[in-house]
Design a protein around this ligand. Structure first.
Ligand code: MN
Length: 227
């Protein structure tokens, strides 16, 4: 046993629908991937998408509640299709990209919108707006071998039973294959990486006590409560 100063942290894991655990390495996120969301945020829809990241231990599973984070008064929900990478690769061709996908889940890219707005204005990084503790609730991963590779189907989020976000995976500007191809040109993707593929329109604020329930047709659900 190596002489660790302290006990290394246990791997962060996401349950797989038909049994087993997916150990998370990194979480990448695609910015601005649905036209209607780009419009509601007042951004240029001709801009190419871009990537940011969350730490692996931002993951929350099992429908557990998350604390309302500090330093914000405008916590937003973003329902997203999450891609679970199962095979390493860099400079992956669009036509080969789906070979690198193990499966899919529904997830939430929780965002401190006020901190994001001030970071944008100042040209500063987004970490404190996106990569905070408990910022990535994720449902169960469904293997692509069971559900295929969804490129259409409803993606929705309700808060306390009222629908807030409703879109379709077919509205994604950059497909899963294209996102993987792009991203793998910047970094080597490894088995264990998750990619959150952007949110449809309808993002909005949540408050303590809110129950968030997301669903993606043919993929699964994600649930959390703001504690
Ligand atoms: Mn997002």
């Amino acid at each position: 046993m190596a002489d660790f100063l302290f006990e290394p942290y246990a791997p962060v894991t996401v349950p797989i629908a038909r049994g087993g655990l997916f150990a998370v390495r990194r979480i990448y996120c695609v910015g601005r991937n649905y036209v209607e969301h780009i419009r509601e945020m007042g951004n240029d829809e001709r801009d190419p998408p871009f990537f940011f990241a969350k730490p692996a231990d931002a993951v929350v599973v099992g429908g557990a509640s998350i604390p309302y984070p500090p330093q914000t008064a405008d916590l937003h929900h973003e329902i997203e299709l999450v891609v679970a990478i199962g095979k390493d690769g860099s400079d992956i061709a669009v036509g080969d990209a789906l070979d690198h996908v193990y499966g899919y889940a529904a997830g939430l890219d929780m965002t401190r919108r006020d901190l994001q707005a001030s970071a944008k204005k100042a040209g500063r990084p987004w970490e404190m707006a996106k990569a905070f503790d408990y910022s990535a609730p994720i449902g169960t991963i469904e293997p692509a071998s069971a559900i295929g590779h969804p490129d259409k189907g409803g993606i929705m989020l309700s808060v306390n039973g009222a629908v807030r976000q409703q879109g379709d995976l077919a509205e994604q500007i950059w497909s899963v294959s294209e996102a993987i191809a792009h991203l793998s040109g910047f970094v080597t993707l490894r088995a264990g990486d998750l990619i959150m593929t952007g949110t449809p329109s309808g993002v909005g604020a949540v408050v303590r006590g809110d129950v968030l329930e997301g669903a993606i047709e043919g993929v699964g659900t994600v649930r959390t409560i703001i504690a």
